[in-house]
Design a protein around this ligand. Structure first.
Ligand code: DC
Length: 234
């Protein structure tokens, strides 16, 4: 990323946070949005909501044409909230139904199809076009908003991301850590190797590796990146 500031007020900025599962994107995006007074939009929740609909319809998740048909009859809305985003699927609030392992896996599968991605990207561009957003996902800095004012690619070693995920899930999930790691690895592979908009840092993204950092340190580093790029004091 160049050293020049964007010249835009931070209240109109588009901040893109990309990275693999379990890197801490949601937490960092939430902190940045609160700190700079921006909307926080979590695009993974949109893929998750569509995956939930495909599962409910018992569609094969490897068949683009039936998924495309389903997409043409689907409305997905994402609303920014203090703690998390609210996701409305055809008007139904599905926020509490999209975080389980079945939907997580399905979201990664349906998101490989170009037609599904093109639809989602359009929705996300509409949501963010006015600026004033922290948008988090896999392809925000590369595809959705290549002109974003700030791009952060947040990463961490796979074992660290796996353990963070395991801790987040808590004992109620009753899944052993090895399985969490295996599933995270499979999702990483799919997200990084799909032909259409694979997960990768934009050329002008700032890489932030949180493997050996505490949450506070990552938050501070991310705030400093935004402040520097937008030319504001912390
Ligand atoms: O960020 P998440 O774990 O909620 O995302 C769920 C899946 O959605 C992820 O495995 C890949 C897909 N996804 C995507 O392809 N592009 C995005 N911008 C966000 C998520």
């Amino acid at each position: 990323m160049s050293g020049a500031t964007s010249g835009k007020p931070v209240s109109r900025a588009i901040i893109a946070i990309d990275g693999p599962a379990g890197a801490g994107k949601s937490t960092i995006a939430r902190h940045l949005a609160r700190h700079f007074g921006l909307l926080n939009l979590e695009t993974g929740a949109m893929y998750r909501a569509f995956a939930l609909k495909a599962l409910r319809a018992a569609l094969p998740l490897d068949e683009s044409s039936s998924l495309e048909r389903l997409a043409s009859q689907t409305s997905i809305r994402l609303e920014s909230g203090e703690a998390e985003n609210r996701v409305l699927l055809d008007g139904e609030d599905v926020t509490g139904l999209i975080r389980n392992q079945r939907v997580t896996d399905a979201a990664s599968r349906v998101s490989v199809f170009p037609a599904i991605r093109a639809w989602m990207v359009r929705l996300q561009q509409q949501l963010g076009e006015q600026g004033g957003v922290v948008m988090e996902g896999r392809d925000i800095g590369t595809v959705v908003f290549p002109q974003a004012d700030v791009k952060i690619f947040l990463d961490a070693a796979p074992e660290v991301r796996g353990m963070r995920r395991f801790d987040q899930m808590g004992p109620a999930a009753a899944i052993p850590p090895e399985q969490v790691l295996r599933e995270l690895h499979a999702r990483d592979e799919r997200d990084r190797n799909r032909p259409d908009s694979p997960l990768r840092p934009a050329e002008d993204a700032v890489l932030l590796d949180s493997t050996n950092m505490t949450l506070d340190q990552v938050v501070q580093a991310a705030e400093a990146i935004v402040a520097r790029k937008m030319g504001v004091c912390l």
